[in-house]
Write a protein that binds this ligand. Structure first.
Ligand SMILES: Nc1ncnc2c1ncn2[C@@H]1O[C@H](COP(=O)(O)OP(=O)(O)OP(=O)(O)O)[C@@H](O)[C@H]1O
Ligand SMILES: [Mg+2]
Length: 243
């Protein structure tokens, strides 16, 4: 179909059950969702509905009890060991609620570390600084995390996630620890970077500043997707026929 978009992530009938002693907890109960290349989607749902568990399946840090997660048409649930850690390290950019920066490293070193892990050796300082510039921190590259505000620390974390040019960016409550105005600025930045670099964003968030920027919002309840909002204002993205 002309103009149709490729699928970046396809989650098919994913279940995740945790066992604590005799008790089994069904965190995900048959999730089906497809995210298109370059799309910005939000996953919304009450506490305990399975949002983080779902991101963990997509980011390759946990694997489903049943079902399939395909990233660019490859089933990551079949991977283990080196292939899976290579995927986590090189293909997925994570953004967390509490930033998770390394306190003893300067802003640029935190970003450069992601490149080093990926195996890049050349020009890593200048590449890291360029990305810090793109998130508006070009003048603070030498600061340690403790010398930055929460919003600035999250900008460093966003630069770290994006610098390796990942296939997907997953963010778990990225504005959850920020005040409203700072959260709005981070939401604007993420959307701007999504447009500029074309990465696929899957964001867990209750924050309206973020949800209103989403191409689609998936509503999760009790481990199931109960509805999907397509945001007409974002418009003109065509639904791919999934057979
Ligand atoms: N490792 C685990 N062992 C046992 N149960 C777990 C584990 N991880 C998550 N759960 C359970 O699975 C369910 C979904 O948890 P999850 O962390 O995905 O929720 P969430 O939607 O991210 O919630 P929140 O908004 O509070 O972060 C919850 O009932 C939780 O207690
Ligand atoms: Mg969570």
């Amino acid at each position: 179909m002309a103009g149709s978009r490729a699928i970046a992530v396809k989650v098919s009938d994913v279940h995740r059950e945790f066992q604590i002693g005799d008790i089994s907890i069904k965190a995900l109960r048959g999730i089906n969702m497809s995210v298109y290349e370059g799309e910005f989607v939000v996953v919304l749902g009450p506490s305990g509905s399975g949002k983080t568990t779902l991101l963990n399946q997509i980011g390759g840090i946990d694997s489903p009890t049943d079902g399939e997660v395909k990233v660019r048409n490859e089933d990551i649930t079949e991977w283990s060991g080196g292939k899976l850690s290579e995927y986590r390290r090189n293909k997925v950019g994570w953004i967390f609620q509490f930033f998770n920066l390394i306190p003893s490293l300067r802003a640029w070193e935190n970003v450069a570390l992601a490149l080093e892990f990926k195996g890049d050796r050349k020009d890593i300082k200048s590449v890291a600084c360029e990305m810090l510039d793109a998130v508006g921190l070009g003048d603070k590259i030498d600061r340690f995390p403790s010398q930055l505000s929460g919003g600035e620390q999250q900008r460093v974390a966003i630069a770290r996630a994006l610098v390796k040019n990942p296939e997907i960016i997953v963010a778990d409550e990225p504005t959850g620890n920020l005040d409203f105005i700072t959260g709005q600025k981070i939401a604007d930045l993420m959307k701007k970077l999504n447009e500029k670099f074309g990465g696929t964003f899957i964001v867990v968030s209750h924050d309206l500043s973020i949800t209103e920027k989403a191409d689609r919002v998936f509503h999760l309840q009790d481990g199931q997707i109960v509805s999907v909002d397509e945001t007409p204002s974002v418009g003109n993205f065509k639904k791919v026929q999934e057979n």
